[in-house]
Design a protein around this ligand. Structure first.
Ligand SMILES: Nc1ncnc2c1ncn2[C@@H]1O[C@H](COP(=O)(O)OP(=O)(O)OP(=O)(O)O)[C@@H](O)[C@H]1O
Length: 764
């Protein structure tokens, strides 16, 4: 009987695995070698080394041999690390060496070529690749097209090949479970299998099933701004993590993971995604929230937290001011204000010494504005510091003649004198010279804080300058254009002043504060960072984005967002896109739309997208599940009973449940009640917690970006979700569900579900 395709492929697989095992052995030998070399070097060294410290030559000899030993050890350490990494990859590959095969014909070549694609490349001889890395140029063909002519990018330009076969494998522990040939980009079956898995507390890589649109995002190397608008669950986060892995591969040797930074919505999310890159054999990039980024620079200020910002109730006037402060117009106003400081209005502080002004603010002002008008802020500051240090040095001699110094010298103990001489050994000609010596030492020491104050720009006053800037705004921006009255602005400035006095700052002020400070001190941003990724972009203000662009001047930006899910900026999210387009060169901007939602069943996707009105496009993925359930209880008690029942049903069906409440307070209350009822559930109270297996209760603002098998919306009642501007929040909450969605309310259901056709859910 002829061999089946599966048998043939299994034979090939066995052969590859045998070669991988041989390679593993070689790696192990290299590791052993490096280890034994290392202990050899250490031993030799201990035997040979005599510390010769009695002569200068002896000391040099010792130092040289220590250095030599360190170098040798460093080399061994490197080769050990290299071999260890290699072995780790090989061990992974031994289980699943590859997941796909493509056969293709390249024009002008005599034969059809056949390649296998896996997590990493593997060759048994130089240039004989048994497996290609999924990030290799040719692998793109697998993700991008159907059979027939397909083009792909290589470092030397575009190439076209004729694809004859695309074959996919599911391999477990070296055994082929299924094999199928497909004409699609990546066969639906494989994707369905991947998607039907249970949710996890950690996100997984998607390399075996990357979709064509996602591949475009992953492999983009041309855009300065890559903007991805994608529906909930369309794989934005997934795509962007594979993109980081791709870039690290593509620019190996030139780009390190430390030059890539990802801004994410909260720490919980950071924790959720932190295994994807290691799974792909790469190191994690820098991960931060905007709040952490700002907080790191302002350790002495208490910056408003995510939870505080979320529960804040603004009056319409405050809301308008908040909107203005988040706009590009405001960014431009701060820029204009800062530039005008080149001519006037920089505020200075005295630098004091022994309770009295040493450099008065008037003097500093005069120096600062004495430079010619071409001096920029940074040069001015630099010049001022230089002058002040010069003046400080000139003051040493006169200060030495003051009374306090004379007394201080007389009060010196023998020990103190010896110590001073120890620092700077010398013989004195006479008593006068000796006095001078000690007096100088004392003055220099006393002046140290002054010197530091000068070097650290302590004569600037960012706080007063910020207040002055806020006060100057009505002269720069026409507030009436934003519907803001002079009085409302004034009281907002008063609030900012009181906040600063109490060491606090709202998120809406913090970016302007940092930006103004950077301008005043001439900071040019972190030039080392090459790629900046920002997830959930709809929750950033244009000001914040402009500031990030300023802070990472040499970086390319990838921004991901879903304008449907703006939970803070609400209706302003549309203007964000417009404002963004003015910040980057349109020729180097690329906008990609992802409309297919992979996270949820068709029923859930259909239901959730109908919560939106005028939303961005969302397409359901063809995956079947139950209709969402809505249950309205007559009392809180009844709703709680219904919740407990749902938790039990979900548990029986092995679906992990997340109960999402609107605010932290709601969630806390519920956690108490569930405890009384004897139900085990973990309350996620802060972003610094970790996701736990089992039932969790999580407030809406922390659920961003996460997903769960089964979601219960806690109290989707009229009282909690009433206004139209809460639609996007409700959408975000519901779209966290993968397989099951239950909506509970007491008394009266939120009217926001009124837009969902009644045949898309079951009303109990
Ligand atoms: N090509 C793919 N193959 C397999 N799974 C995928 C693919 N794309 C996305 N997924 C899965 O779909 C789910 C949603 O993806 P992801 O969290 O990246 O979406 P998102 O667009 O960031 O969503 P949100 O905006 O709601 O946070 C994840 O479980 C992800 O692993």
């Amino acid at each position: 009987m002829a061999e089946t395709i599966k048998q043939q492929e299994q034979k090939h697989l066995d052969a590859v695995i045998d070669k991988i095992k041989v390679a593993e052995q070689k790696s192990q030998e290299r590791i052993d070698q490096a280890t034994s070399d290392e202990s050899g070097i250490r031993k030799n060294f201990e035997n040979d080394l005599r510390l010769k410290t009695d002569s200068y030559e002896g000391m040099m000899e010792t130092a040289l041999s220590v250095r030599q030993q360190q170098q040798l050890l460093g080399e061994r350490q490197n080769s050990w690390q290299h071999a260890t990494d290699e072995l780790q990859t090989l061990k992974k590959m031994e289980q699943t060496p590859y997941f796909a095969r493509i056969d293709f014909h390249e024009q002008g070549e005599p034969k059809t070529e056949k390649i296998y694609i896996g997590l990493a490349s593997f060759s048994d001889e130089p240039d004989r690749f048994l497996v290609y890395d999924w990030r290799a140029p040719i692998s793109s063909v697998y993700y991008d097209g159907k059979l027939g002519d397909v083009s792909y990018q290589t470092p030397d330009g575009e190439q076209t090949v004729n694809v004859k076969l695309k074959r996919q494998f599911q391999i477990e522990n070296g055994v082929i479970k299924t094999v199928f040939d497909t004409e699609e980009a990546v066969g639906d079956q494989m994707l369905l299998d991947a998607l039907s898995e249970q949710s996890d507390t950690k996100m997984k890589s998607i390399v075996t099933t990357i979709q064509k649109e996602q591949n475009q995002i992953i492999r983009d190397t041309k855009s300065d701004l890559l903007f991805v608008q994608g529906a909930a669950g369309s794989g934005k986060t997934a795509a962007v993590l594979q993109r980081v892995a791709y870039l690290l591969y593509r620019y190996r040797g030139k780009l390190t993971s430390g030059q890539v930074i990802l801004f994410s919505p909260n720490q919980l999310f950071n924790d959720y995604i932190d295994q994807v890159l290691p799974e792909l054999g790469e190191q994690n990039m820098i991960q931060m929230t905007y709040y952490q980024y700002a907080g790191r620079r302002l350790p002495k200020l208490k910056i408003e937290t995510l939870a505080q910002r979320f529960s804040e109730q603004y009056t319409p006037a405050e809301q308008r001011i908040d909107t203005l402060k988040g706009s590009l117009a405001f960014y431009d106003a701060v820029t204009a204000y800062a530039n005008h400081l080149e001519k006037e209005d920089m505020i200075f502080r005295n630098i004091n010494f022994r309770g009295k002004p040493f450099f008065t603010k008037e003097k500093i002002h005069d120096i600062y504005y004495s430079f010619n008008e071409n001096y920029r802020l940074f040069n001015r500051l630099d010049g001022t510091r230089e002058q002040l240090i010069k003046m400080l040095n000139r003051r040493i001699s006169s200060e030495m003649r003051t009374k306090w110094v004379e007394e201080a010298v007389q009060d010196l103990s023998r020990e103190e004198m010896n110590q001073m001489k120890g620092e700077d050994p010398q013989e004195f000609e006479d008593g006068d010279k000796e006095f001078q010596f000690y007096a100088r030492k004392i003055v220099m020491k006393a002046f140290t804080p002054i010197r530091q104050a000068v070097v650290r720009n302590r004569f600037l006053s960012i706080n007063s300058q910020m207040v002055h800037m806020l006060r100057s705004i009505p002269a720069i921006i026409d507030l009436s254009d934003y519907g803001i009255s002079k009085e409302d602005w004034k009281s907002s400035v008063e609030r900012a002043i009181s906040d600063i006095k109490h060491g606090r700052m709202t998120l809406s002020n913090v970016s302007a504060y940092l930006y103004l400070y950077d301008k005043m001190t001439g900071k040019k941003g972190e030039r080392d960072i090459r790629y900046v990724f920002i997830d959930e972009i709809q929750d950033y203000t244009p000001f914040q984005l402009a500031y990030l662009k300023f802070s990472f001047p040499r970086a390319r930006f990838t921004l991901l967002g879903d304008l449907n899910q703006a939970i803070f900026t609400k209706e302003n999210s549309k203007t964000l896109l417009d404002e963004l387009s003015t910040m980057f060169d349109p020729d180097k901007t690329r906008v990609v739309q992802l409309t297919q939602s992979y996270r949820s069943t068709e029923q859930i996707t259909d239901f959730t997208r109908h919560i939106l009105v005028n939303g961005e496009a969302v397409m359901a993925f063809d995956r079947d599940g139950d209709l969402p359930n809505i249950s309205v209880g007559r009392s809180r008690e009844a709703t709680l009973q219904r919740l407990v029942k749902q938790i039990n049903t979900n548990e029986a069906d092995k679906e992990t449940t997340a109960i999402i409440g609107k605010s932290l307070a709601d969630c806390r209350k519920l956690a108490g009640k569930l405890k009384q009822a004897g139900v085990k559930a973990t309350l996620i109270q802060s972003e610094n917690q970790r996701l736990a297996p089992g039932v969790i209760i999580v407030p809406s603002f922390l659920a961003k970006g996460l997903e769960f098998d089964a979601v219960v919306v806690w109290e989707a009642s009229d009282a909690e979700y009433h206004d139209d501007d809460e639609r996007q929040l409700l959408y975000t909450i519901c779209s966290r569900a993968m397989h099951r969605l239950t909506i509970l309310a007491t008394d009266k259901l939120s009217p926001l579900f009124g837009t969902v056709p009644t045949d898309e859910y079951v009303m109990e």
